[in-house]
Design a protein around this ligand. Structure first.
Ligand SMILES: Cc1ncc(C[n+]2csc(CCOP(=O)(O)OP(=O)(O)O)c2C)c(N)n1
Ligand SMILES: [Mg+2]
Length: 906
């Protein structure tokens, strides 16, 4: 594939016999005229094939000339009132600019500027306008609503429209970027902060395009499975040309083409600039993207030149203008817009006497007013029109614009425009004049917002357009209308009961059993979305392939190699599993679509996405944060977790920190369960909260691949499991209060089993009693404790709240030792909530993992039963209840190497 700009004039120049060339051209023109473009297309394909058969090397070129894809006579005509639209757009431009400039005039003593952007919306305004006025449907009776992902930093323009619509007040505009008191507007699209307005967080560049591709795919999935009619819904994605350099932006374009996502439209705002400077100063971003998208199988529509170029291009019989258009690098195009008409005449048209002649009749001003395609409402309409009617492929619109359009000297085309947020009085005056805003000179210094009266043609038009399209946008639904009842906990008794004598299972198996059971539920079963990233066999989930099928819009057109097996690899048009291949970012984007389906599609879906825990938060952390912003609801399952539990795989696989990362997301509730029944109770509770109550939380559970006997649920401990801590192995009752030596052992994941083993050693080797606590969530315990502390700080004279950890440990004497397969900081978080006067010791797995047997790794990371005993003895000694020599005795007894390197540095 060639993604490089092509020299359109080259062929003409190199043709030795121009008459022969002309004859071929005439013949083709005749075919186009008489038989139509499709026949001409076919003929050219046949010719190419013929050339290849005759050994003529014809490398594929994915790019076309540097001109509009749609010929002027093929343009659909905009049915709107372009004049009114332009006036409305001018007011929006003004209000968006004023909002940003005002926010940066407050200059509060404690913090300086609030920031904001003017130049990007200025560049995008026509493109948003066409969408809002003519294409984007809101959720309404006959339409599920289009999903529009808007470049995050153009939010002032979107607020400016909502203000004219009366959906936002002047007070809100005045509080742009001042959210703490609840009256303000978010800097960028944040559903968490404006839950009834923004749907899609896009400002972390690259996530929008990636999430949108999976959103479009998920809409097709919902339709194919008969869950929602999404046939007429589209996903529109606005991205910057600079943003396309993010690997996430283009990482999934192949999927979009492969699955024929013709409900997906990318609009790339090619203003040739990013934050620092040009996107491709020496090249052509539009040509580069054209090659990449077309090569991937997309329908590409380029909109480069506005209508007033049409006649010039029509007169360009010998290709001189097209050649200049192609030969001029983006850096020069940017400079043209930062200068004036005379400059463009000299440095663009002046490159060839023929083109200079073409514009001889035009004034410098006429030349300056030759618009780029993205600022021509008719052309933008026509491009959108073609995009929405295109079948069988996703469409990308590559639309050329000017960054800071209309900002004049204050920014237009300047390298600094991205961050321009303070305008001088002269700049503001020029802006007003440029867009004819009816604000008098005397008022200008106050920079008032402008809103025409409700009965003006403009405002009436604004409302009419949105009425015709089903309502206002953006608009976010906060809850689904439907309701489900989660099956009762005892439905899952297979995971709640003890394992049979001699049977051992892992928590991963418990999870799969739970999921299999849930899939059988008549109402909720079909709403479960199992998401895999080529690891089903790793987690023993291959049974699901046959049971519910793998979604594939093409079905299964081949005979699967394992057809004769019960669990064969079944792909199906209505399959339930989303198999993303080796693609954790895609898996997460898919999960987000399902997890927010209650909002975007008014359908509650429950995604279960299982992956290697190491390739979770640290790999796709920013998507997980966006999921929090989007109020996602669903389950993430970090499989084969634990620094020493996934033994053989080594440094890049052994996860000892995903819980620390999970804890950074406020609405992510995370658990590191040890036993099958804990998995069952937690998943069930999560379903109750997310499905029945529609709480905006999501769950992260780590699962283990270590097999052992499961003790079963002790009824009455369910709430404590959820809160993060329950007594699972009480020691012998104290004989005489205060006399017995006793310790409290806390643990999670499989390391809890080392604590249980330590309990025995402490009793048999040292005569020390201990109670063992299973702690499925140190994160939840920490949050509870911090909440209690905060409460007590703010209400010093009220009855103090007691952290749950302290409540549990009350009445269970002795120092406390907490051990996990995670970094020490995971359990360290609860230190402040351990009852006063108790020594607290934490064991964890800080340092790089490595491959070896579990026993070796646990020795290396100093978290096996011997180290737990050692920590317990030392804690008792620290409290003065035991001589320090006892600790040395234990070191000798268990053969602990005291000169070994600290695993953190090993
Ligand atoms: C992941 C990420 N990195 C950096 C930024 C900061 N940032 C915001 S806008 C911007 C430039 C955007 O340029 P472009 O995508 O071309 O959009 P334009 O404003 O030109 O339309 C940058 C670097 C961000 N928001 N997200
Ligand atoms: Mg840009």
């Amino acid at each position: 594939m060639s993604a490089m700009p092509q020299d359109s004039g080259r062929h003409a120049a190199q043709t030795s016999d121009s008459q022969e060339t002309q004859e071929w051209m005439d013949a083709l023109s005749a075919v186009i005229q008489v038989e139509g473009p499709e026949r001409a297309h076919q003929l050219l394909e046949d010719l190419l094939e013929h050339a290849r058969e005759n050994s003529i090397d014809m490398p594929f070129s994915a790019t076309t000339g540097y001109v509009n894809t749609i010929e002027p006579d093929q343009e659909a005509i905009c049915p709107g009132n372009i004049e009114i639209e332009e006036r409305l757009r001018a007011y929006m431009r003004w209000n968006a600019m004023a909002m940003v400039v005002k926010a940066n005039r407050h200059n509060p003593e404690d913090g300086g500027d609030l920031g904001g952007h003017i130049g990007s919306f200025a560049s995008l305004a026509h493109m948003l306008g066409a969408g809002f006025n003519h294409f984007w449907h809101a959720e309404s009776e006959n339409h599920g609503g289009d999903c529009v992902y808007i470049q995050g930093h153009v939010s002032p323009g979107v607020y400016a429209r909502a203000y004219l619509e009366g959906r936002l007040t002047e007070e809100q505009l005045l509080n742009f970027r001042q959210e703490v008191d609840g009256k303000g507007l978010s800097s960028y699209p944040h559903p968490k902060l404006m839950p009834e307005f923004w749907q899609f967080p896009t400002v972390s560049m690259g996530l929008g395009p990636l999430m949108a591709i999976y959103q479009a795919r998920f809409l097709k999935y919902l339709h194919a499975r008969g869950i929602a009619n999404t046939e007429n819904r589209k996903v529109w994605v606005f991205c910057g040309d600079g943003e396309m350099d993010e690997v996430e932006s283009m990482g999934a374009i192949g999927l979009a083409a492969r699955e024929n996502l013709d409900n997906l439209i990318f609009v790339i705002n090619c203003n040739l600039q990013r934050l620092d400077g040009p996107v491709r100063g020496n090249g052509k971003i539009i040509q580069e993207l054209e090659g990449e998208f077309r090569g991937a199988g997309w329908n590409v529509i380029k909109l480069i030149w506005g209508s007033n170029w049409d006649s010039l291009i029509a007169r360009d019989k010998d290709g001189a203008l097209r050649k200049i258009m192609m030969d001029t690098p983006d850096g020069d195009y940017q400079a043209f817009k930062a200068n004036d008409g005379a400059y463009v005449r000299k440095h663009f048209f002046g490159r060839d006497p023929r083109t200079l002649e073409m514009v001889a009749h035009m004034s410098d001003n006429d030349i300056w007013n030759l618009r780029r395609g993205g600022h021509d409402p008719q052309k933008v309409y026509a491009a959108y029109h073609q995009a929405v009617h295109h079948k069988g492929q996703p469409t990308v619109l590559l639309i050329k614009t000017v960054k800071g359009f209309g900002m004049g000297k204050a920014g237009e085309g300047k390298n600094t425009v991205h961050q321009t947020k303070k305008l001088t009085d002269d700049d503001i005056k020029a802006f007003r004049d440029r867009f004819n805003i009816p604000i008098s000179d005397s008022e200008l210094s106050k920079l008032p917002f402008y809103k025409p009266a409700d009965d003006t043609p403009e405002i009436r038009y604004l409302h009419e357009r949105r009425k015709a399209l089903g309502g206002y946008l953006p608009k976010r639904r906060t809850k689904a209308d439907e309701q489900f009842t989660v099956p009762s906990l005892d439905t899952f008794k297979a995971v709640l009961e003890p394992t049979a004598e001699g049977r051992e299972i892992s928590t991963t198996q418990a999870y799969v059993r739970f999921l299999t059971q849930l899939l059988r539920d008549q109402a909720l079963g079909p709403r479960i979305v199992p998401i895999l990233v080529d690891e089903a066999r790793t987690f023993g989930m291959e049974g699901l392939f046959r049971q519910v099928g793998i979604y594939n819009p093409l079905g299964q057109q081949y005979t699967p190699v394992d057809k004769d097996q019960v669990m064969y690899y079944k792909e199906d048009k209505a399959g339930q599993i989303l198999q993303e291949g080796i693609n954790e970012a895609g898996g997460m984007a898919s999960w987000i679509s399902a997890a927010t389906s209650y909002s975007t599609s008014n359908r509650i879906m429950v995604p279960f996405y299982v992956y290697y825990s190491m390739f979770g938060f640290q790999r796709i952390g920013d998507l997980a944060w966006a999921a929090g912003d989007m109020q996602a609801r669903g389950f993430l399952l970090g499989g084969t977790s634990g620094r020493t539990t996934l033994n053989g795989e080594g440094l890049q696989h052994e996860d000892g920190h995903s819980h620390i990362l999970a804890g950074t997301i406020p609405n992510c509730i995370s658990y590191d369960p040890t036993f099958a029944h804990e998995v069952g109770v937690i998943l069930h509770h999560g379903l109750k909260r997310m499905v029945e109550k529609q709480d905006n939380v999501f769950y992260y559970l780590t699962l283990l691949n270590e097999n052992y006997a499961m003790p079963g649920l002790t009824p009455g401990t369910e709430d404590q499991i959820i809160k993060g801590m329950y007594l699972c192995k009480p020691g012998p009752k104290a004989k005489a209060k205060g006399k017995d030596l006793r310790v409290q052992l806390m643990g999670s994941g499989t390391i809890l089993r080392e604590s249980i083993a330590a309990q025995t050693l402490l009793a048999t080797d040292w005569g020390i009693a201990s109670d063992v606590w299973s702690c499925p969530s140190f994160n939840e315990l920490a949050r509870d404790g911090q909440n209690a502390e905060r409460n007590n700080l703010l209400h010093p004279e009220a009855t103090p709240m007691v952290p749950f950890v302290a409540q549990q440990l009350e009445g269970h004497a002795g120092p406390v030792v907490a051990s996990t397969d995670y970094m020490k900081n995971y359990a360290e978080q609860i230190r402040p909530f351990i009852p006063r006067d108790r020594v607290f010791k934490v064991l964890g797995t800080d340092g790089f993992g490595r491959s070896d047997f579990r026993s070796k790794l646990r020795e290396h990371f100093e978290i096996n039963r011997h180290y737990i005993v050692l920590a317990a003895l030392k804690a008792l000694a620290d409290q003065g209840d035991l001589p320090l020599s006892k600790v040395s005795e234990a070191i000798a007894k268990y053969g602990i190497n005291t000169t070994k390197i600290n695993p953190l540095y090993a």
